[in-house]
Design a protein around this ligand. Structure first.
Ligand code: MG
Ligand code: MG
Length: 258
């Protein structure tokens, strides 16, 4: 069942989302060759707690850390490690926080040093597909229109759209109804209504859309070993259209616009 939110609840969700936005901004300042995922994880946990919030992923479904850190061919749900990032890597950092009982959950894929132009293009197109999906999140549309829009943009660049993992409703739980796939058919699914709060998170692969999972039970990788990108925003439907509750401004202040 979808829990539509009041404007007061949406304001609380914005505060939770912004805790994550500021944390990703701090993470952004540190990303360079030689830095490890575990270092970022420690900084993120401190940053979340300093804002009076609680890391949302830590212990959720028994996940061991604050951040999901997924380099290169890892799609999502990577566990932070002590392996240093290398020049030319891309690293998806997904972060969640709980503030006043509401969840923020958003993600960005960072370039490390000099990244090949075709890989930077994957990042740009994935981010564009997120914003196109957000534009499609309006009360003239249905949930399927969001995924349709994301899929059209990604596949126009011959990328693979991951099917098994999807965006989701967000609120007093990390995962609420509805599921928000990154693929779909026009005009299908529930009608979008004011008060809907969702995390939209395209996971776009340079090659095949097929994935596999590491024996750690968490890490999702592309089946062909090619890179994958992931960008996520939290949005609320207000006055018929999507309002973005999270922001990449802190990240872009630190590293510039992709
Ligand atoms: Mg996330
Ligand atoms: Mg999410």
């Amino acid at each position: 069942m979808i829990k539509y939110k009041t404007s007061e609840e949406i304001e609380l969700m914005r505060e939770a989302a912004l805790v994550v936005s500021r944390t990703l901004g701090e993470v952004a300042k540190l990303i360079e060759p030689g830095v490890t995922g575990l270092k970022l994880d420690k900084v993120a946990e401190e940053c979340i707690r300093d804002q009076g919030a609680i890391p949302a992923f830590l212990g959720q479904y028994d996940f061991p850390n604050t951040l999901c850190i997924s380099p290169n061919a890892q799609v999502v749900h990577g566990i932070p490690s002590d392996v240093p990032f290398k020049n030319g890597d891309i690293v998806s950092v997904d972060c969640g926080a709980i503030l006043n009982g509401y969840f923020g959950d958003h993600a960005y894929t960072f370039p490390v040093g000099e990244v090949k132009p075709e890989v930077l293009e994957l990042l740009r197109v994935t981010k564009e597909s997120l914003y196109k999906g957000i534009e499609a999140t309006n009360t003239s549309n249905r949930i399927g229109d969001i995924g349709y829009t994301i899929q059209q943009h990604a596949e126009a660049h011959n990328y693979g759209v991951v099917r098994e993992l999807v965006g989701h409703g967000l609120g007093t739980a990390l995962h609420e109804d509805p599921q928000v796939p990154n693929y779909g058919k026009r005009g299908r699914g529930k009608r979008i209504q004011n008060g809907l709060t969702i995390a939209i998170e395209p996971m776009i692969n340079m090659g095949t859309e097929k994935i596999r999972q590491l024996p750690d039970g968490w890490t999702i990788l592309t089946a062909d070993g090619l890179p994958s990108a992931h960008f996520e925003h939290d949005v609320a439907v207000v006055d018929g259209k999507a309002e973005i509750l999270s922001t990449f401004d802190y990240i872009e202040e630190a590293i510039g616009v992709l």
